[in-house]
Design a protein around this ligand. Sequence first.
Ligand code: S3P
Length: 174
Amino acid sequence: MHLVLVGMMGAGKSHVAQRCASRLGRDCVDTDDLVVALAGATIPEVFAAEGEEGFREWERRAVADAAAAPVPLVIACGGGAVLDAANRAALRACGTVVWLRARPETLALRVGDGSDRPLLWAEPIRADPLAALRRLAVVRDAAYAAAAHSVVDTDDLDLDDVTSAVLAAARLEG
Ligand code: S3P
């Protein structure tokens, strides 16, 4: 029922989700925004106060809330949401999951200074976000593959092309 986008930080999930939502006439939700609303704090604040573990607990609630929405949504998931097996199961069960895949080099260009992404600005990672993104991809790619029904390679596509490819992959008209 829902269209769910997963993938690494910088994959373009939020922008593409908004475009898919407007083409489908659906609402779009971003699990990071749900975490902010539930926790009453920004993502960097949640990481600072509760650590990554605390953030992941809020994220589990956010994923469960989005998955349970009674109307079809487009859901953009934070990059690490698929690491949790319960999240993967909830997302796969609630709709079609599309992995926006990109090379770490592409992601590094897109995330810029990583200022709103705690996993990229902690020292000494900050000095070399590309290395951090490579390490994360090695650990995470199997989880994205397990979560997703299909994959769109985004490296050489603009946002409109990615949007069209996602809708085609999910067999949705927009
Ligand atoms: C994270 C990705 C972020 C956000 C948090 C952790 C991750 O979302 O959930 O900083 O673990 O990859 P985006 O993928 O939207 O940047």
